[in-house]
Design a protein around this ligand. Structure first.
Ligand code: S3P
Length: 435
């Protein structure tokens, strides 16, 4: 099993370009596959999760050609052009693939079975299968279609007006995708705003969507088709975040992050760190359908903050990093409304608390909140990833600011979202202890 050893870094100077955004890459593959004609995607993320999406659509008859320069050409066969796969679709560790794909499969005219690895097989699917069933979808699976393997027998769908109990872009996107196949207007409302990449990209492909505060309505496409596009995927702010935090916490650091997505529904970490006193400079521009920025971060003293539950969807994948920053901030940081983190690739509340405690942090989970008292000097530790890419990378960054040596075990999972992580970390000029 691969592991990463890291020692305290300082004097960091460097410039990095994060890989393509994972959420946007999944959506680009999916929408290109169900549009009619050839789409071209550049800066596509080449991690395990997006490969699961590519494999699934390839098995359903879509020709997807990827090249080493991170471009993909996809010959979409139209809304109803997918073919029944010869066997089950194995989606590895990718929750986004499973949940979004269910929305597309619900409207096809064949049956497909979705499976995943041990972690994905434990993640809750009812949040998607329940509203899809309200639309008429024919879905079966363990625990009343809550757990994979899930079998979907595509059928004619009807529109719904649905209030989701969870603020989840995966749920929202799945229902919006199914809405493309329904005859009429499908509306989904969520308790707090979640990432809106699906809405932005679907508009680009020609769908008719309306957004109002916390709800999105989509019109079924009937016999019309999505139009193929040329898409440039912005850098993933959730991957960039590891280097943003490293630049803020490491001694004498300054790091520039190029071409990073800064969509307002994803940049919660920048806002939270700004409140904590972090020095962050942004030069923002709009690139086709998503805002992009070059970001410069510098070592900054931090103060504690409170993250409220309405903010969580805007920084859901960055909570482990915000917790790490809080260990270095003056005062008590409270992160509220973190229940959703318990059903990620692992129970991320427990993995983050366990690992940060191993480094000497004062952190506790109380109900749905994390309470972190700082600042605390972190000491190198031997920790594990729990098979979770974000826990693994956060632990490496903790090791890079801790005294002494840190080893993070079982780091193969990092390639889920950020295959070049270790290589990029090693590329930053470091006058501290060597890696
Ligand atoms: C994602 C949405 C988030 C996020 C996940 C990717 C997406 O999950 O945690 O990494 O691409 O829609 P939820 O929407 O379930 O919170």
């Amino acid at each position: 099993m691969p592991n990463i050893t890291v020692r305290k870094m300082s004097g960091l100077q460097g410039e990095i370009t994060p890989p393509g955004d994972k959420s946007i890459s999944h959506r680009a593959i999916m929408l290109s596959s169900i549009a009619r004609g050839k789409s071209r995607i550049s800066n596509l993320l080449q991690g395990f999760d997006c490969q699961a999406t590519i494999d699934a659509f390839s098995k359903m008859g879509i020709s997807i050609h990827t090249s080493n320069d991170k471009t993909a050409t996809i010959e979409g066969k139209g809304l109803r052009g997918l073919k029944k796969p010869d066997s089950g679709l194995y989606l590895a560790n990718s929750g986004t693939t499973m949940r979004l794909l269910m929305g597309i499969l619900a409207g096809q005219d064949f049956e497909a079975m979705l499976t995943g690895d041990e972690s994905l097989s434990k993640r809750p699917m009812k949040r998607v299968t329940y509203p899809l069933r309200l639309m008429g979808a024919d879905i079966a699976g363990k625990d009343d279609a809550n757990l994979a393997p899930i079998t979907i027998n595509g059928t004619v769908l009807k529109p719904i007006d649905y209030k989701s109990p969870v603020a989840s872009a995966q749920v929202k996107s799945s229902i919006i995708f199914a809405g493309l196949y329904a005859d009429g207007i499908t509306t989904i409302a969520e308790p707090f705003k979640s990432r809106d990449h699906t809405e932005r990209m679907l508009r680009l492909f020609g769908a008719n969507l309306k957004e109002e505060d916390l709800s999105v309505s989509v019109e079924g496409l009937g016999s019309s088709e999505l139009k193929p596009q040329s898409i440039s995927v912005p850098g993933d702010i959730s991957s960039a975040a590891f280097f943003i935090v490293l630049g803020i916490l490491a001694e004498d650091a300054q790091i520039k992050i190029n071409h990073c997505g800064v969509n307002s529904t994803r940049r919660g970490i920048l806002d939270a760190l700004g409140r904590m006193g972090a020095k962050i400079e942004l030069a923002e521009r709009i690139e086709s359908f998503e805002p992009i920025a070059d970001i410069i971060v510098k070592r900054s003293p931090l103060r504690a903050t409170k993250i409220t539950k309405d903010e969580i969807p805007l920084l859901i994948d960055e909570v482990p990093l915000i917790a790490l920053c809080a260990t270095q901030a003056e005062g008590e940081t409270i992160i509220e409304g973190i229940g959703e983190l318990r059903v990620k690739e692992t129970d991320r509340v427990s993995s983050v608390v366990t690992n940060l405690k191993a480094f000497g942090a004062d952190i506790e989970a109380e109900g749905d909140s994390l309470i972190i008292k700082g600042p605390r000097k972190l000491k190198g530790a031997k920790v594990e990833s729990f098979g979770d890419h974000r826990t693994a990378m956060m632990s490496v960054i903790a090791g890079a600011i801790a005294e002494g040596k840190t080893t993070v075990d079982d780091t193969g999972c990092i390639a889920t979202s950020f295959p070049e992580f270790e290589h990029i970390l090693a590329s930053i000029t470091n006058t501290g202890d060597s890696l």
